[in-house]
Every structure is written in structure tokens, then in C-alpha cells.
Design a protein around this ligand. Structure first.
Ligand SMILES: N[C@@H](CCC(=O)N[C@@H](CS)C(=O)NCC(=O)O)C(=O)O
Length: 237
């Protein structure tokens, strides 16, 4: 496990150890399992995968690494030394996976064969699933890049511009959420209450009665970082 004091990258401080509820979760996932998640607590891409593990009920061991130090064991599972990475211990020798979106797909497939939980609408409605994937595509192409531009902006002008672009990207997400809600739930094209309920759950936290969904997992960690940043700015940090 990583050491406790915050480290610096290009003059910026980042955390190398979880605190609070995250630390509690980490402590429950120290035993060896079929899958080891190589993660860094500060990383929104790790947080995506981590939330999916928990929600889908897939056993894992959490292993905190510092990706900026490029340790050898991380490079073995992630060629560029980026987190998240997975080590699949049941293979001999072990296999590996990287890239958060690919890992999310992998976990979803694993769960469909084991725990039967899912972050997507049911397979019986390919159109609903496609609409959620459109949301995910927009998040990857627009929201995440806007998030990083905002995060990295140094002077006030760049920060204001970054905030505008992030807001526009967020509006795009909202538009896609509204489209899915209208077309899937409100359009009345469902065969019965059971299907309606399943589709509602699959559309995520945006809809009344929804549960955690694919787009929530994709965008939630960035949103949380922006929220924390806004709170800190308001508090004058
Ligand atoms: N596209 C990758 C991005 C992963 C990524 O950028 N991770 C950052 C931490 S948030 C990292 O490992 N950075 C180390 C470095 O840039 O050397 C994914 O979705 O998994």
C-alpha cells in the first residue's frame, strides 16, 4: 500500500492514501482475489471502475499505487503506467487490462455471467442501451476533456473559459438524459410494468426510481471533483 503523506506532481499536491468511507472500503478489500485493482485514490478514472466493482458485486483486491512513479508492477498491467489497471490472477501467467471504459465493459460482462447485476438497461431493449451509450460517448469526448481543461487552467481567463466549456458539455449530458427519459419512459412503448421498472432503473439516477447507471459511473467522479473544487473556492481555499 502507498505511504500517507501527500505527494507533489509539477508543484501540485495529490493524495496517495484514501480517507473516510473510501479508506473503510479499501480495508475491506485487502485479501487476495481473482482480480487486483491497481488504483490511485485521487483518480476519477479509477473511481469509475471502483464504483462499478462495488455496484456489480464483483470481488476484488484494491492495491494503491502512485502512477507518477511508474512502479514496475503497475507497468506490468498498464503499458503506459496509467491507473486504473487490472491484474487477472486466475490466468497462468496472470493477464492484465487497462483503460477505464474497457474495464467497465469487462466488469459488466463478468457480472452478467455471475452476479447478474448491471449498470445498463436490459439487453431486451437495445435502443435504450444505445441511448445510454450515446451519453457515455458524449461524456468521453466532451465532458472529460472539458473537465481537464478547467482543472488545468492557470489564469483567470482560462478558468472562466474552462468553466463555460464544462457547463456546455454538462448541458449536452442533460439533453441526452432528457432524450432517453422521453423516448424510453414517457413514450409509453413498454410492454408492461416489469419492463418499465427495469428500463427506469437502467436509465440511472437522473430518473425518478432509477438506480446507479452507466452514465453516472462515467461522469460522477468528474462531477464530484468539480463539486469539491467549487466548495473549496467558496470557502476561500
Ligand atoms: N484513458 C485512461 C486515463 C487514465 C489516467 O489518465 N490516469 C491518470 C491518473 S487520473 C494517470 O495514471 N496518470 C499518470 C501519468 O500521467 O503518468 C483511462 O480511462 O483509464
Amino acid at each position: 500500500m502507498a505511504t500517507s503523506s501527500p505527494a507533489t506532481d509539477s508543484g501540485k499536491t495529490y493524495h496517495r492514501e484514501c480517507t473516510g468511507d473510501a479508506l473503510e472500503t479499501v480495508s475491506k478489500h485487502q485479501d487476495p482475489q481473482s482480480i487486483t485493482l491497481f488504483g490511485s485514490c485521487f483518480c476519477p478514472f479509477v473511481q469509475r471502475v471502483w464504483v462499478a466493482f462495488e455496484y456489480l458485486g464483483i470481488p476484488y483486491q484494491y492495491y494503491e499505487v502512485d502512477p507518477y512513479k511508474k512502479p514496475k508492477d503497475l507497468l506490468e498491467v498498464s503499458p503506459k503506467g496509467l491507473v486504473p489497471g487490472l491484474k487477472l490472477n486466475d490466468y497462468i501467467p496472470p493477464k492484465a487490462l487497462n483503460e477505464s471504459t474497457v474495464i467497465l465493459e469487462y466488469l459488466e460482462d463478468l457480472a452478467s455471467n455471475t452476479t447478474k447485476r448491471s449498470l445498463l438497461p436490459p439487453v431486451t431493449n437495445p435502443y435504450a442501451r444505445a441511448l445510454v451509450r450515446l451519453q457515455a460517448d458524449h461524456i468521453s469526448r466532451n465532458l472529460v476533456p472539458a473537465f481537464y481543461r478547467l482543472l488545468q487552467a492557470q489564469d483567470l481567463e482560462a478558468q472562466v473559459q474552462g468553466a463555460k466549456e464544462y457547463y456546455i458539455a454538462l448541458e449536452g449530458v442533460v439533453n441526452l438524459f432528457e432524450r432517453a427519459e422521453e423516448e424510453i419512459i414517457s413514450a409509453g412503448g413498454v410492454s408492461g410494468e416489469g419492463e418499465r421498472r427495469a428500463l427506469t432503473i437502467g436509465l440511472g439516477l437522473w430518473v425518478e426510481g432509477g438506480d446507479l447507471g452507466w452514465a453516472d459511473v462515467m461522469a460522477g467522479p468528474c462531477e464530484l471533483h468539480i463539486f469539491q473544487m467549487t466548495v473549496m473556492l467558496n470557502l476561500g481555499f
